[in-house]
Write a protein that binds this ligand. Structure first.
Ligand code: AMP
Ligand code: MG
Length: 318
């Protein structure tokens, strides 16, 4: 059921039920973070591995402080620059946060999402919301209410409609557990913007060293369509499919040989933010064309191109 009424959304959550919420990144599958049985339901409905911790959301830093959480100075500087926004902070856990939320870890991930409806909802609640993306574990993240309805509609209380997600990629996750910030997941806020505020090079070794096996960016197959997706040249796949049987996801320009109507261009003007916003819808649309395979093009490795490429690589894992 898709709803627009914030008071009804609040009721659903306070009664311990699941509610899909709009955020600027992707839609989240939310529950009262202090209600262990509601949290257990998130894992059940998503078929999410129990070792994969959840991000908790609220509408202000002060509320996180009141729940016993602390941010070091570098995190505070980033929060002041980018929160509400697509940035998540991993910090030491407090006793207020149930173990089920953090999958037994002694750290917790927190975020202030930048969506007016969800900020209003969060402000009306006396608990934070635990919310992973509102899709079955391993599949493409939802960027509009209808995406959620199609996959989870009959298994959750309701979907609060907030329109199409503006950023379209999950949040960038940084850990502040060691003495210097560490990037755990590429996401909707670019490394370049983060480094401008921190005035130091970000430690990205966790991405390469698989230090955070829980992060979706580190899990092998994720964001995966049913149609096999490849990142190399269409020409390499002519044994399996002719050009009519391929869908194409490109950054700025169409593929010269694949049929025009089978092609989705993420941003004709080459804008990374626009490409990010379109990405998951493009993967869904290419999948729905019912072709033998999907060819996707990697973007330049800078700015949000890095996070987009990360998602495409996970989508391509067989
Ligand atoms: P999702 O909301 O589906 O994008 O998933 C949230 C992601 O946040 C998880 O997959 C984890 O990688 C990350 N996360 C949540 N809590 C922690 C934590 N305590 N430490 C490290 N990563 C975390
Ligand atoms: Mg997810």
């Amino acid at each position: 059921m898709i709803i627009k009424d914030i008071a009804l959304a609040k009721l659903i959550l306070t009664q311990g039920n699941l509610l899909a919420i709009p955020t600027e990144t992707v839609y989240g599958l939310a529950a009262n973070a202090f209600d262990a049985s509601a949290i257990a339901n998130i894992y059940l409905v998503k078929n999410r591995p129990q070792f994969n911790p959840l991000i908790i959301h609220s509408n202000s830093l002060e509320r996180f402080f009141n729940w016993g959480l602390q941010l070091p100075e570098s995190a505070l500087a980033l929060a002041h620059a980018f929160s509400p926004g697509p940035i998540t902070f991993v910090v030491p856990k407090s006793d207020a946060i149930p173990d089920l939320v953090t999958a037994g870890q002694n750290t917790v991930a927190i975020r202030i999402p930048n969506h007016p409806i969800t900020l209003e909802l969060l402000g009306s609640l006396d608990f934070p919301l635990a919310a992973p993306s509102a899709n079955l574990s391993g599949s493409v993240s939802p960027t509009c209410a209808e995406d959620v309805e199609a996959q989870l509609g009959n298994r959750i209380g309701a979907i609060l409609d907030g329109g199409r997600c503006r950023v379209g990629l999950e949040s960038t996750i940084l850990s502040f557990v060691d003495n210097k910030p560490k990037l755990l997941r590429l996401g909707g806020l670019s490394i370049e913007k983060i480094e401008q505020v921190l005035k130091i090079k970000l430690d990205t070794t966790a991405l390469i060293n698989n230090e955070n096996p829980q992060a979706p960016g580190m899990m092998s197959r994720h964001y995966a369509p049913k149609t096999p997706l490849y990142l190399d040249a269409a020409e390499n796949h002519l044994q399996e499919a002719n050009y009519n049987e391929m869908a194409f996801i490109g950054f700025k320009v169409k593929h010269p040989n694949i049929v025009g109507s089978n092609q989705i261009i993420l941003s004709e003007k080459g804008d990374y933010a626009e490409a990010a916003q379109q990405l998951f819808a493009a993967i869904r649309m290419a999948d729905s064309m019912g072709k033998k395979l999907i060819i996707a093009e990697l973007l330049p490795a800078e700015n949000l191109g890095l996070a987009i490429n990360d998602r495409l690589k996970r989508a391509a894992v067989k």
